[in-house]
Every structure is written in structure tokens, then in C-alpha cells.
Design a protein around this ligand. Structure first.
Ligand SMILES: NC(=O)C1=CN([C@@H]2O[C@H](COP(=O)(O)OP(=O)(O)OC[C@H]3O[C@@H](n4cnc5c(N)ncnc54)[C@H](OP(=O)(O)O)[C@@H]3O)[C@@H](O)[C@H]2O)C=CC1
Ligand SMILES: CC(C)(CO)C(=O)C(=O)O
Length: 321
């Protein structure tokens, strides 16, 4: 589907699940897009073979794509989509610092911490954030499957400039190709609600090695989730986010709607890759300490997952193929 929205040069930083999904969709819609990968091997594979993209309806598409490794620096563009994990953001900050001042950046990470990091290296009004509930799964360096539909909320962190032309045009493009994209005045409340869901579902599914829906099958795990929710809600309130029963019900609905999914943290643990627990439960613990709010359950899960992950690191991991 070719979009009528204005064409910008877009660079997708990170050739993982989310990066390949958005790069493929941008390219299919006729946008100029380059994927910047960590390894030269993946960049060569992408440039030679393109992205093998399985759409939600099961249709398979071969999408030609430009790609280069990060060691060559970031190519010039109007828009940069950051799709690396929170843990890999610090490594790309020097490259972001060198970008042209007209360039806009959208960070798509789960968890918290990216806002502060980007604020430190980019001047006011250049960094934007997205909360993405679309599901994607990379099968290899060149293959990605769109696993679930969702919403892409984009905007400044907190009541900033939501009428930036590059960002507006990105949202228009996304809408025109069938993505449920919404331009928000402030992403912070959505980031907090996603953090709450991830801080309950991800570590428990990773610890017990169960799919998301199984958390609701057992009264003990559901009770534990409730207690984790209460602990984190007190910290959220300190951060200016008042959460209540509706937010709890939304987390229960996420478990139900993604009942057969393996959470990203469980997938990372199984593949012996670093998890995002530090920017999820670790963030709640850190902020709790600052506010003098005890978070013993989040702290225990943070430590247990860090340990579980460290015990598996270095063993063979990687893609699902
Ligand atoms: N997958 C999903 O459905 C969803 C994911 N998210 C969030 O989106 C973010 C990305 O997730 P996801 O795509 O699943 O993660 P992946 O691990 O699949 O992808 C991250 C990619 O970043 C690459 N990368 C790491 N460091 C660098 C670097 N210095 N330069 C260039 N590339 C680099 C990695 O390379 P390499 O392959 O070499 O390690 C990897 O390909 C996370 O914060 C996640 O929580 C949010 C909603 C849904
Ligand atoms: C919403 C949820 C829990 C879906 O699996 C997710 O975002 C993740 O796995 O990281």
C-alpha cells in the first residue's frame, strides 16, 4: 500500500523485531528508509536479501531495504526511529549527539530511563517517544513476523511540541498504511501505564516460564500481581500518575488478550539475552528509594530476574530460528 503522506528520509536504528517491522512497513509504503544494525553481517544480509516480512494476515512480502552497520555512523535523515532495547541506548548516544539539529528522534523503548538519557544529549524539542503495543517477532536477521495489532502513540514526553511537522507527517503516514497511530500531547502517562503492565507481567512470566495468560489461572500469581500493582502505584503517584482500578483491569485485559504470548522478558531469558528488568522493576525500586516508598516485591523480582539472566548469559542464544 503506497501512502500519500509526505516522504521523509527515515533511519531505523536497530534491526530487531520492532525495527524490522517498522522498516518493512515504511518501505512498503514508499518511504525512504535505512536500517542501521549492530553487526556488518546483518547489514549485508539485509542489503542483499531485503526483509522477509510476514503481515498480520499471513501474507509474506519480500521488501528491498538499505542497511548499514552502526560503526559507519548514522546516515543523514529527517527522522530516526530508535528501536534498540533500553540496555543498548547508552552505546548509541554519541552517534545521536552528532546528528543534524533539524533531525527528529522517536524512541520506542519499553521501560523507563530513555527519556532522561535522550534529554541529556538532544536539544529541546528534538526527542519524541512512542508507546507501541503492536507485536513483532524477529525470526532471523532478515525475517520478521507481525504478531499482533495494537496502537502506536507518539508525542513529546511531557506537554511539549506535538505539532512538529516531521512527527505529524510520520503519524499521518502510519495512519495511512493502517497503523492505529495517535499523536499525543504527552507520552508520560502512557509510558507509566505500560511500565505498570510490564513490571507485573514480564518478571513473573520470566520467573515461572509461563505464557502471559497463565498468570490469571492461579489465585496465587493473581494475588502477587495485585500486591505488585499496589506497590508500584504508590511510586507512580509520587511521579504524578494516579492509578486505580481501571488501570488494574487493563493489565488483566492485557494478560487475557495476549494469553498465549511469551513476554519479551521470558523470551530474553530463554535466549540468554540481557533483559530490560533494570529499566522496568529496577526503575520502580530506584524511584521508590528516592521517594522513601518501600518496594520489597519489585526489588525481589528485580534481583531474581537479574540473577536468572546472569546465570544464562554467555550460553548459546539468538534468534528463534
Ligand atoms: N517486540 C515487540 O513486540 C515489542 C517490543 N517493544 C520494545 O521495543 C524495544 C525493542 O524491542 P525488540 O525489537 O523486541 O528488541 P530486539 O532485541 O529484537 O531488537 C533490538 C535490536 O537492536 C539492535 N542493537 C543493539 N545495539 C545496537 C547498536 N549499538 N546499534 C545498532 N543496533 C543495535 C540489536 O542488534 P543485535 O540483533 O545484533 O543484538 C537488535 O537487533 C524494546 O524496548 C522492547 O521492550 C515494545 C512493544 C512490543
Ligand atoms: C504487553 C506485554 C507483556 C506483552 O507480552 C509486553 O509488552 C512484553 O512482553 O514486553
Amino acid at each position: 500500500m503506497q501512502s500519500q503522506a509526505k516522504v521523509h528520509r527515515t533511519v531505523v536504528v536497530g534491526g530487531g523485531s520492532v525495527g524490522l517491522l517498522y522498516a518493512a512497513r515504511l518501505a512498503v509504503a514508499g518511504q525512504t528508509v535505512t536500517v542501521v544494525t549492530r553487526s556488518s553481517l546483518q547489514a549485508n544480509q539485509l542489503a542483499q536479501n531485503g526483509i522477509i516480512y510476514t503481515q498480520l494476515d499471513g501474507e509474506l512480502r519480500l521488501v528491498p531495504i538499505d542497511a548499514c552497520p552502526i560503526e559507519q555512523g548514522l546516515p543523514e535523515a529527517d527522522l530516526y526511529l530508535l528501536t534498540v532495547k533500553q540496555t543498548d541506548l547508552p552505546a548509541i548516544l554519541p552517534a545521536l549527539r552528532r546528528l543534524n539539529s533539524t533531525a527528529r528522534i522517536i524512541a520506542l523503548q519499553n521501560g523507563m530511563g530513555h527519556h532522561e538519557l535522550l534529554h541529556d544529549v538532544l536539544s529541546e524539542g528534538r526527542s519524541f517517544f512512542a508507546i507501541n503495543t503492536e507485536g513483532a517477532r524477529r525470526l532471523s536477521g532478515t525475517e520478521v513476523v507481525h504478531t499482533g495489532s495494537g496502537v502506536l502513540r507518539v508525542g513529546p514526553w511531557e506537554n511539549g511540541n506535538s505539532s512538529d511537522p516531521v512527527i505529524q507527517s510520520f503519524v499521518e503516514w502510519a495512519t495511512s498504511v493502517g497503523i492505529q497511530a495517535v499523536l499525543e500531547k504527552s507520552i508520560k502517562p502512557y509510558a507509566w501505564r505500560k511500565l505498570m503492565a510490564n513490571s507485573l507481567i514480564n518478571p513473573l512470566t520470566a520467573l515461572f516460564e509461563i505464557p502471559n495468560g497463565a498468570l490469571l489461572d492461579n489465585p496465587h500469581t493473581e494475588k502477587l500481581m495485585r500486591e505488585l500493582f499496589q506497590e508500584a502505584s504508590a511510586v507512580a503517584e509520587y511521579a504524578g500518575q494516579k492509578l486505580g482500578e481501571t488501570d488494574w483491569q487493563e493489565i488483566v485485559a492485557i494478560c487475557r488478550n495476549t494469553s498465549r504470548n511469551l513476554s519479551s522478558m521470558l523470551q530474553d531469558v530463554k535466549r540468554h539475552r540481557q533483559t530490560e528488568v533494570e529499566s522496568i522493576n529496577g526503575y520502580i525500586v530506584k524511584l521508590g528509594k528516592l521517594a522513601g516508598i518501600p518496594t520489597p516485591l519489585h526489588e525481589t523480582l528485580f534481583r531474581v530476574i537479574t540473577l536468572k539472566s546472569a546465570m544464562g548469559m554467555g550460553k548459546e542464544g539468538g534468534d528463534s530460528k
